[in-house]
Design a protein around this ligand. Structure first.
Ligand code: HGY
Ligand code: MN
Ligand code: MN
Length: 397
């Protein structure tokens, strides 16, 4: 049987790798010392659960049952400032269910923690490579905001790598996760069964103007890269309004100004442009508007315009049979207190849907907060989610 106390204790132990900030915050980006230490600890737990530990070249960590098995898991890397549950919950719940199934004669369950789901280098990078969406060579060339290449970063984990893991050994994938939004918390419900996951596009945009003296350069003569970003943002918000729905989102989350000094007109701005929607055609229309607006601002303000690679994932549907198993289990554990819902956050399940049937379940996020140190979930809800996962897995025998 599952042991909720052991599961919660493991979650708190995992939080200890990279614990930071207020509340239960975590700083554990992909390939950092904290991430490597966490994966070493997870590998030991997988081994103790009777699983065979394997890691591929990207750093995706598996605990394998022999023969065909159902794969459960998520990721254990974090955002630059993250919470203790985003990803970690799905990995530790998978470990607990695998332990219970192995010890109690349940169905064969394997466990995974994917690498760089949080996109230090890309978008769900580890599972994108494992699923064949991205080659290892392409991934190695991706750089983080500090200019470090993934190929160099992953060398820090090389001693743990054992080799490739063949996806065809798995019969399906279920990922448990926090909702990371306000829906379940606001409605007082305990479980969300995911119907589909939105699509995403992400690229870096560069405006190159002219670095100059902030005291002597007349306003009319400036080619100020920050002013270009500011104008782009205002125009874009206005123009996207005609094509988006209330569920469409776009974010400029990282801006790097050069040389970033009070008395220098910034000559260069590099910023992240990310947008998400459930409809691939709308994602494409948003891209057109983004590129048109950037080109217009560049020409009006005398900027050179550059784009990084366009990264993205398509919107995907969850598997009907696995979803039905989760719905039945949710009704047993939380009668009348669960719902079907889409996911506005990205997950490794998107990439795995190319390889096998996938499904996801959510538990509430207090105040709808995630990708922040304040991220949290009531431990009763964490335990309820674990119970739903365990029951669903057993019903799939
Ligand atoms: O950004 C996301 O949706 C995910 O947490 N990586
Ligand atoms: Mn996550
Ligand atoms: Mn996340």
């Amino acid at each position: 049987m599952i042991e909720p106390a052991r599961f919660l204790s493991d979650l708190h132990t995992l939080r200890g790798f990279g614990a930071a900030g207020v509340g239960k915050g975590v700083v554990r980006p992909a390939y950092s010392q904290a991430d490597i230490a966490a994966r070493q600890w997870l590998a030991a737990q997988f081994r103790d659960a009777g699983l065979r530990v394997q890691m591929d070249a990207m750093g995706n960590l598996f605990g394998l049952r022999e023969g065909p098995s159902l794969l459960l898991g998520s990721h254990s890397d974090s955002q630059p400032e993250g919470g203790w549950l985003d990803g970690a919950l799905g990995v530790v719940a998978a470990l607990e269910v695998a332990r219970a199934c192995n010890a109690g004669g349940g169905p064969p369950v394997s466990v995974v923690s994917f690498q760089d789901e949080e996109g230090r280098f890309g978008v769900t990078t580890g599972s994108a490579v494992w699923s064949g969406q991205l080659s290892l060579e392409e991934a190695d060339a991706l750089t983080d905001h500090a200019g470090v290449a993934l190929g160099d970063a992953r060398a820090a984990m090389a001693q743990m790598v054992t080799g490739d893991i063949d996806p065809s050994r798995f019969t399906g994938f279920i990922e448990m996760h926090i909702e990371q939004g306000p829906t379940l918390d606001a409605s007082g419900e305990q479980i969300g069964v995911v119907t589909d996951i939105v699509g995403i596009r992400d690229m870096k945009i560069t405006f190159d103007g002219q670095q100059n003296h902030a005291g002597t350069t007349p306003m009319a003569l400036r080619r100020d890269a920050f002013q270009a970003v500011s104008s782009f943002n205002t125009l874009l918000n206005d123009r996207l309004r005609n094509v988006v729905t209330p569920q469409s989102v776009w974010t400029i989350g990282h801006v790097s100004l050069h040389p970033n000094a009070s008395s220098i007109v910034p000559g260069r701005a590099v910023f992240s442009m990310q947008w998400r929607d459930a409809d691939a055609a709308r994602l494409a229309r948003m891209e057109e508007i983004i590129r048109e607006t950037a080109a217009e601002v560049a020409s009006e303000r005398g900027m050179q315009l550059g784009y990084g690679p366009l990264l993205g994932l398509e919107p995907v549907q969850m598997d009907a049979r696995l979803q039905a198993a989760l719905c039945r289990a949710a009704e047993e554990v939380a009668p009348g207190r669960w719902r079907r819902m889409p996911s506005g956050a990205l997950h490794d399940a998107t990439n795995l849907s190319r390889l096998m049937p996938v499904a996801m379940l959510f538990v509430p996020s207090i105040g709808g907060i995630s990708h922040a140190f304040e991220e949290d979930t009531d431990e009763k809800d964490l335990a309820a989610g674990l119970d739903v996962l365990f029951r669903a897995v057993n019903s799939l025998k």
